[in-house]
Design a protein around this ligand. Structure first.
Ligand code: SF4
Ligand code: SF4
Length: 480
């Protein structure tokens, strides 16, 4: 029997409670407010300001840890969607997001922009700019909720949400239904439609065991913001874990189930065979490498060489160029090449075109990509795990006890942990690629696997080299 977290006595009740998400969002909204306040009024020194230390040093470590051990807890408690209900009520329903934009291309563009801005503007070193970034997040989320019927910001734009969507596919929890039979006779489908309406309405559901009136009115609950339908969900992609579906279902049929971590990575039917989704997964893995490369000494040599060669002076253009090539064009080019080589090596024996081939191998980039991000973010988190304490002390007007709380654990141990994350990610990726090759090419699995295995090996090797170089300890007193 599947273990359902929503059935737990206290936690389950809290999560299903009508104001459950609000209860999780309010502390983070308050924290965001304090970050903005400190960003505008506090010391403009990266290691001594909440606006820089909390998001760029600690929060990112928490994000990957939560995804690895539990699920998309960050989107679940995301304060940026706090005004969602308000926006929905003001909007009067709104219209759907433009059809042409209902894909992941915008999300890829916003990820790219965020990474370039992070480096070009030194966001990690600027409390003021980070405060503005937090405000921009709130405004963008609210405006898109106001204009469109679905949660367009979360589903199509938000770079952090996109990161969480991709790597929550490796998480050990997933939304599902307790009884699929019940859903077949459900009339209102409130899990996706919601029960909120400006005017009251009563619906009768032909649920076995007697008809049941379901009230839809101003006190009702919103349905799934990203338009997922729990009885048909095969994975975590696009799920913000907001649990609105569980609160809206009048038959208490939605659960949050514990599953084998990364189960959907082994299920081809859980992955849309779309270029945008496949390339997003591959690009995100390479972005992890490019992002880490931006913090080791050779990046400055590369910038100088590019500046001399191309006569470029602007940091934006130079950094944009490095991220465009390393984080976007290279992964796209290599994925197409690997797909084409796999097709060529197994020629005339299979009916899969290039799009289907790349889609089949794209999930294999999740474990290695996740391993690269874990190695990177855990480094920043672990070099100064307790410095948030003196920063809070100083924010509260007291002297910060830096001597006591700015100790760094053994760097060799951190290095080993990084190596372990990379190795585990690479082995997981290889296993998935092997499964995909066996499924697609059967007896010709080996030649079909070869180009993808080499690509994964090259990515893992490049990441190991980057992490073996001295990385900037940004946001810590050691780097001021
Ligand atoms: S999950 Fe609930 S609301 Fe959704 S279809 Fe099933 S019974 Fe209906
Ligand atoms: S399926 Fe939709 S409503 Fe349910 S938790 Fe996921 S995003 Fe929220």
């Amino acid at each position: 029997m599947r273990f359902d977290i929503l059935r737990l006595p206290l936690v389950g009740r809290l999560l299903r409670w009508r104001r459950g998400r609000l209860a999780l969002q309010l502390p983070l909204a308050l924290a965001a407010l304090l970050l903005v306040l400190d960003g505008f009024t506090g010391p403009q020194q990266a290691s001594r300001n909440l606006a820089t230390v909390a998001p760029w040093v600690h929060f990112r470590g928490v994000v990957v840890l939560a995804l690895l051990l539990a699920g998309n807890l960050v989107c679940m408690s995301c304060p940026f969607t706090l005004p969602r209900t308000l926006a929905k009520r003001w909007s009067g329903g709104g219209r759907r997001f433009p059809r042409r934009l209902r894909n992941k291309w915008l999300a890829i563009a916003s990820l790219f922009l965020l990474f370039v801005a992070y480096e070009a503007l030194d966001l990690w070193a600027s409390p003021l700019l980070t405060a503005w970034l937090i405000i921009a997040y709130f405004v963008a989320s609210f405006v898109l909720e106001l204009l469109f019927s679905e949660s367009a910001f979360c589903k199509y734009v938000c770079p952090l949400g996109t990161f969480n969507f991709v790597y929550s596919t490796a998480s050990p929890t997933q939304i599902g239904v307790r009884s699929p039979d019940l859903c077949r006779t459900c009339v209102g489908r409130e899990c996706v439609n919601g029960s909120y309406r400006p005017a009251p309405l009563v619906r009768l559901d032909a649920i076995p065991g007697g008809q049941r009136a379901v009230k839809h009115g101003p006190d009702g609950t919103l349905g799934c913001g990203t338009l997922l339908f729990p009885p048909q969900m095969t994975g975590n992609l696009d799920c913000t874990l907001c649990l609105d579906c569980a609160r809206a279902c009048p038959h208490d049929n939605v659960g949050l189930f514990v599953r084998q971590p990364g189960r959907e990575l082994f299920q081809p039917e859980a992955w849309p065979k779309r270029w945008d989704v496949s390339l997003l997964v591959i690009i995100l893995a390479f972005m992890g490498l490019t992002n880490a490369f931006g913090m080791v000494p050779p990046v400055y040599d590369l910038q100088r060489a590019l500046a001399q060669m191309l006569g470029i002076r602007s940091d934006w253009v130079l950094i944009g160029l490095i991220f465009l090539v390393g984080g976007v064009l290279l992964p796209i080019g290599l994925a197409l090449l690997a797909g084409w080589l796999a097709q060529t090596f197994t020629a005339a024996r299979h009916p899969y075109d290039l799009r289907q081939t790349v889609a089949a191998f794209a999930p294999a980039f999740v474990p290695l990509g996740f391993g690269i991000w874990i190695a990177h973010y855990s480094f920043h988190f672990l070099i100064a795990p307790l410095t948030i304490i003196p920063v809070i002390q100083e924010f509260l007007g007291q002297p910060g006890d830096w001597l006591k709380f700015s100790g760094t654990p053994d760097l060799t141990a951190i290095g080993l942990l990084q190596l372990l994350a990379l190795l585990a990610g690479f082995l997981g990726s290889l296993l998935l690629a092997n499964r995909a090759a066996a499924r697609l090419y059967r007896r010709q699995a080996m030649p079909g696997l070869l180009p993808w295995a080499l690509l994964l090996l090259a990515l893992a090797f490049a990441a190991a080299i980057v992490f073996s170089l001295p990385m900037e300890m940004r946001g810590s007193v050691l780097f001021d």
